[in-house]
Design a protein around this ligand. Structure first.
Ligand code: FES
Length: 253
C-alpha cells in the first residue's frame, strides 16, 4: 500500500507539471485557496483555472478557450472577512490567498428564436422577445457581476431608450458567461438581450463592411478551395508543424 501510494503521488506530481508547466522546486510563493470548500496550497502565480488543475481538478465543463473569449469559466469567490462576492473569469484571474471559489458552469436561461431577416430594428422587437427588460430597476447589480467590466445596466437602459447603437457597442465585449443574469432581481437575461440587439444593429444599422463582403465573394467563388483541401488532408503531426510555423510568423509581426 505504501509503495502504491508513493507511485500515485509521483504520478500526481508529474501530472501537475504537465498540466500547468510548474515545477514545485521553482516555486517561491504559495497561497491557500478553497475549492468547493476544500483547502489547497497552490503556487501564487497561477490563474484560478491553472490552480484548480494544479490541485487535481480536470475540467470537463467550465473551460473552453482559456483566453478570456468564450465565457465558459465563470467563477465566483469571496474572501474571508470580505462582504463582496466577486465574479471573474477563471482563465483570466490570478489566485489570491484565502479565495473561496465556486465554478458556475452555465446559467439556465430562455433564449428566444427569431428570424433576424424579418424583424424591425427597434426596441419593440427586443421587448417582444424579452419583455422582462421593462422590469429593469436600475440597481446596477448586473454591472457589478460582469467579469468583463461592461456597463451592463447602462446598455440595458440605452436599449430601453431606443438607442440600439449604444447598446450594441457597449455590449460588444460580452463573452456570455451568464453571471449578470444570475444576479438580476428582474430576471433579465442581459447576454441574450444584447446578442439580439447586436444582431439587429449589425444587420440594419451598420454600413456594409466592404472587406468582409470581398472575402465572402472570394470564398464563394472557390478561391480558397484548393488550400482548404490541402489543409484537410494533412495528418495531425503535419498540422501541428504548420501551426508552429504560423505562430513563428506571427511573432515577427
Ligand atoms: S475558458 Fe474561455 S473565457 Fe475562460
Amino acid at each position: 500500500m505504501e509503495d502504491r501510494k508513493s507511485i500515485m503521488d509521483r504520478i500526481a506530481e508529474t501530472s501537475k507539471v504537465a498540466t500547468t508547466g510548474v515545477d514545485e522546486k521553482d516555486i517561491e510563493h504559495w497561497v491557500t485557496i478553497y475549492i468547493m470548500g476544500k483547502a489547497y496550497k497552490v503556487p501564487a502565480a497561477l490563474t484560478i483555472m491553472q490552480a484548480m488543475e494544479y490541485a487535481g481538478y480536470r475540467f470537463i465543463r467550465s473551460c473552453g478557450c482559456r483566453a478570456g473569449f468564450c465565457g465558459a469559466c465563470a467563477t465566483v469567490y469571496r474572501k474571508e472577512g470580505d462582504y463582496k462576492l466577486h465574479a471573474v473569469l477563471a482563465c483570466q484571474t490570478r489566485v489570491e490567498d484565502g479565495m473561496y471559489l465556486v465554478q458556475i458552469p452555465f446559467a439556465p436561461a430562455e433564449k428566444a428564436t427569431y428570424d433576424i431577416n424579418s424583424e424591425r430594428c427597434d426596441i419593440s422587437t427586443v421587448l417582444k422577445y424579452y419583455p422582462e427588460l421593462a422590469r429593469c430597476v436600475s440597481c446596477n447589480t448586473c454591472t457589478k457581476a460582469c467579469p468583463q467590466d461592461l456597463q451592463v445596466m447602462d446598455y440595458i437602459q440605452a436599449a430601453l431608450r431606443g438607442d440600439l447603437a449604444t447598446a450594441a457597442n457597449e455590449s460588444f465585449d460580452c463573452v456570455q458567461c451568464g453571471l449578470c443574469a444570475i444576479r438580476c432581481p428582474a430576471e433579465i437575461v442581459h447576454y441574450h438581450v444584447s446578442q439580439l440587439i447586436r444582431r439587429l444593429y449589425g444587420k440594419y444599422q451598420l454600413p456594409e463592411e466592404q472587406n468582409l463582403k470581398k472575402r465572402i465573394e472570394e470564398i464563394e467563388s472557390g478561391k480558397y478551395e484548393e488550400e482548404f483541401k490541402k489543409v484537410m488532408s494533412l495528418s495531425r503531426e503535419e498540422l501541428e508543424k504548420l501551426y508552429v510555423e504560423q505562430q513563428k510568423t506571427r511573432e515577427v509581426y
